[in-house]
Design a protein around this ligand. Structure first.
Ligand code: AMP
Length: 148
């Protein structure tokens, strides 16, 4: 039996994402609910209204295409990990804020996130795991993964 009831796995579809999800599934022990989340940063928040001569409409078309592809990645990865579709969530916004918000609204008691070793500037900029930890209202497990 798991000590957790609802575990949230944050994935960026990186090389290490299976390792991170497997830890969450192990901790769920066939008992806790496991939800998967990926957060997409909207293009206009990255580039502003227009970029490289693309109009807002063109940016929207690119955004729609990205959303569709990302939904496909999420579905494929969820399937591979045995996480049902209703527990797979694609959110739009700033990744750490959205992960914390989702965890709070869905009463998750553990967030599982990958964590790369960092040096130099990377260390100064901080990690996703670190930002989630600051402000999360539940446990956070940072699964150490190799630096790419
Ligand atoms: P970092 O060490 O900062 O590169 O963080 C990598 C980990 O953060 C990944 O293994 C994921 O668990 C999580 N992560 C990063 N970006 C996202 C994202 N856009 N959506 C969900 N999780 C993410």
């Amino acid at each position: 039996m798991s000590i957790y009831k609802h575990i949230l796995v944050a994935t960026d579809f990186g090389d290490e994402c299976e390792k991170v999800a497997k830890k969450a599934i192990f901790l769920a022990d066939n008992d806790a609910k496991v939800s998967l989340i990926h957060v997409l940063e909207p293009l206009d928040s990255i580039y502003g209204g227009e970029a490289y001569g693309a109009t807002a409409i063109q940016l929207q078309q690119i955004q729609n295409e990205i959303n569709k592809n990302t939904e496909g990645h999420l579905k494929k990865f969820g399937q591979k990990m045995g996480i049902p579709e209703e527990n797979q969530h694609l959110q739009v916004g700033h990744h750490t804020k959205e992960i914390r918000r989702f965890a709070k609204e869905n009463k998750c008691d553990l967030i599982v996130v990958g964590s790369h070793g960092r040096h130099g500037l990377g260390l100064l900029m901080g990690s996703t795991a670190n930002s989630i930890l600051h402000g999360a209202e539940c446990d956070v497990l940072a699964v150490r993964v190799e630096k790419e």
